[in-house]
Design a protein around this ligand. Structure first.
Ligand code: PEP
Length: 247
């Protein structure tokens, strides 16, 4: 039985004060049927990690370096994220892939580094609008997933969370319909099942892309959607909590 994960990706938003207020408000929310996680900007991880101690809310990072340590200016090692209390690290977010030219291979190395430090990678995959309109959605998400499976093995997928995030739905207000999202989630699970039925059955596959309090209930009731990766709506505690409560 898969549990539901609702993870907030705060991206590069907020200030120390607003982050403190957001964490306090989320902690006060009453969410019983889902695991909540928040991914603040890296500079606030230590602070938020301290505030979440003793709560049921997990901490996640928005990225992780593909190297263990050394001369990698601006990067953050998985071991450091672990010290801050991170349980999750997002890898391969479409903004990282598009704006910082992260390749499938680099994403796979970041994934591996998270796992080796005991951090659960949240592996983001998803097609652009052009790719969807050319009928290439399955080819693209397969390629992105295969880069990890080929380098880390199918067993690594059992230790991660997959987030299907159609790029055209991220931050655009253009949410995938429940049927569109379910179709890709089912495709991914069937693909995994052809390699390892147990891994396919167990792995959580989240949907991400303009999920909010009004559309979450229907998306989350789809059989292969096991939660959400939430951007914009995770910045308002009431909306984030409402998504958690819609499970
Ligand atoms: C995201 O960036 O992962 C995301 C899903 O953003 P939004 O919810 O704002 O579309």
């Amino acid at each position: 039985m898969r549990t539901t994960l609702i993870a907030g990706n705060w991206k590069m938003n907020g200030s120390l004060q607003s982050v403190i207020e957001l964490v306090e408000a989320i902690k006060a929310g009453d969410v019983n049927n889902a695991q909540l996680a928040v991914c603040p900007p890296a500079i606030y991880l230590m602070k938020v990690g301290g505030m979440l101690e003793g709560s049921r809310i997990a901490l996640g990072a928005q990225n992780v370096c593909d190297q263990e340590s050394g001369a990698f200016t601006g990067e953050i090692a998985a071991s450091m994220l672990k010290e801050c209390g991170c349980q999750y690290a997002i890898v391969g977010h479409s903004e990282r892939r598009a704006l910082y030219q992260e390749t499938d291979e680099l994403v796979a190395r970041r994934f591996a580094m998270a796992l080796s430090s005991g951090i659960t990678p949240i592996l983001c995959i998803g097609e652009s609008l052009d790719e969807r309109e050319s009928g290439d959605t399955e080819v693209v998400v397969s390629r992105q997933l295969d880069a990890v499976i080929e380098s880390q093995g199918i067993s690594a997928i059992a230790q991660c969370v997959i987030a299907y995030e159609p790029v055209w739905a991220i931050g655009t207000g253009k949410v995938a319909t429940p049927e569109q999202a379910q179709a890709v989630h089912q495709y991914l699970r069937d693909k995994l099942a052809s390699l390892d039925a147990l891994v396919a059955e167990q792995v959580q596959i989240l949907y991400g892309g303009s999920m909010n309090a009004s559309n979450a209930g229907e998306l989350l009731s789809q059989p292969d959607i096991d939660g959400g990766l939430i951007g914009g709506a995770s910045l308002k505690a009431a909306d984030f909590i409402a998504i958690g409560q819609s499970v």
